[in-house]
Design a protein around this ligand. Structure first.
Ligand code: NAD
Length: 114
């Protein structure tokens, strides 16, 4: 299956990328690198023998999402892209709503369109 992992270079997403690839799935990752390092991609390549397809980008960019969904013939999406620091979310609630709620709506809209 062709599977898109949003936030796929983060803690949970990168582990899921390994498990899915080892199970024979084609993994595509979209991450804006706001809370991870690009070196994670090198580590995935070391573990898996080949790096998963990766785009640096934001889930709030609906046009980008639609082009990835079409180009990579994505059949399933697992959505890990989000901000999740409790203290920061209390200090900056609008930033969290915009990223997590707005980003999820953008992703769902792109999936609906495709
Ligand atoms: N870590 C846990 O124990 C845990 C437990 C339950 C649920 N979760 C949830 O799972 C999800 C992932 O958690 P994690 O621990 O892997 O976090 P993480 O911060 O390690 O990974 C999230 C990734 O999403 C990326 N990202 C954030 N906003 C983005 C955006 N707008 N566009 C593109 N990329 C974006 C970040 O760069 C990061 O790589 C979160 O929603 C979190 O709340 C985590």
């Amino acid at each position: 299956m062709n599977i898109l992992l949003t936030g796929g270079l983060g803690y949970i997403g990168s582990h899921v990328a390994v498990v899915l690839t080892e199970a024979g799935h084609q993994v595509t990752i979209l991450d804006n690198l706001c809370n991870c390092k690009i070196e994670v991609l090198d580590r995935l390549e070391k573990i898996l023998g080949k790096a998963p397809a990766f785009t640096k980008g934001d889930i709030r960019d609906q046009a980008l999402l639609e082009s990835i969904l079409k180009q990579e013939k994505i059949e399933a999406v697992i959505h890990f892209a989000g901000l999740k620091a409790v203290g920061e979310s209390v200090k900056e609630p609008l930033m969290y709503y915009e990223n997590n709620v707005g980003g999820t709506i953008s992703l769902l809209q792109a999936m609906k369109n495709c």
